[in-house]
Design a protein around this ligand. Sequence first.
Ligand code: NAP
Length: 215
Amino acid sequence: MRISILGGTGPEGRGLAVRLAMAGNAVCLGSRDESRAIDVAIDLSSSVGIHVIGLDNASAAKDGDVIFVTVPYQAQSDLLSSIKDDLEGKIIVNVIAPMEFVKGVGARALDVKAGSAAEECREIACNSKIVSAFQNVSAEDLENPDLVLDEDVIICSDDSDAKKIVMELVESIDNLRPVDGGALSNSKYVEQITPLLVNINRIYKIHAGIKIVGI
Ligand SMILES: NC(=O)c1ccc[n+]([C@@H]2O[C@H](COP(=O)([O-])OP(=O)(O)OC[C@H]3O[C@@H](n4cnc5c(N)ncnc54)[C@H](OP(=O)(O)O)[C@@H]3O)[C@@H](O)[C@H]2O)c1
């Protein structure tokens, strides 16, 4: 599988690159600045012992079969609108958890007019297959190749074939379990768990994840 990660130079993109490359996929990091993507790809490849390449976001979108989006929520609309044609027909995995930090309160979910970041992604990239996943998995844990993961990844989509492919990708990563989260409209509940986890992380000084019991 050829995987591209838009905004792949940030912590979450780098972490996903590590785990997806370790699982045997060809991974490309995208950036607004191709040279930054190349530098981060070289650093990651040498420190972890994987092979990852770097390109600008548009070229990365052209290159991949499955395109992960790991930019801040505020950047999603402009980025996807600018490369919409390169994303046509492809699977987009939206990892965005829209949130803000409020003094004295901590992390708080942002209201999204479309319902969720993933549904907003579908409004923009309307000819792509949108899947929502990985919002609750810590970047730090993903990026540490020696850390044994032990958590669930909830996957929401209205495209059953695309959902199946992303569930298989999750399954290919050691000790991550894919959980079918139903329709894309359920993504808002998954996205809103992330600010709760961020607040729990601060209290317990951990990188919290989630596990569904009873399956
Ligand atoms: N961090 C976590 O633990 C975590 C966990 C779960 C989900 N997430 C979600 O994953 C996404 C990425 O998180 P992150 O912590 O990696 O974020 P980040 O470091 O703030 O941003 C990731 C990358 O996005 C690009 N970017 C930043 N501003 C941009 C803009 N205005 N337009 C286009 N690209 C821009 C940057 O890449 P270039 O400068 O190279 O273009 C940056 O390296 C977020 O939506 C977050 O909600 C994060």
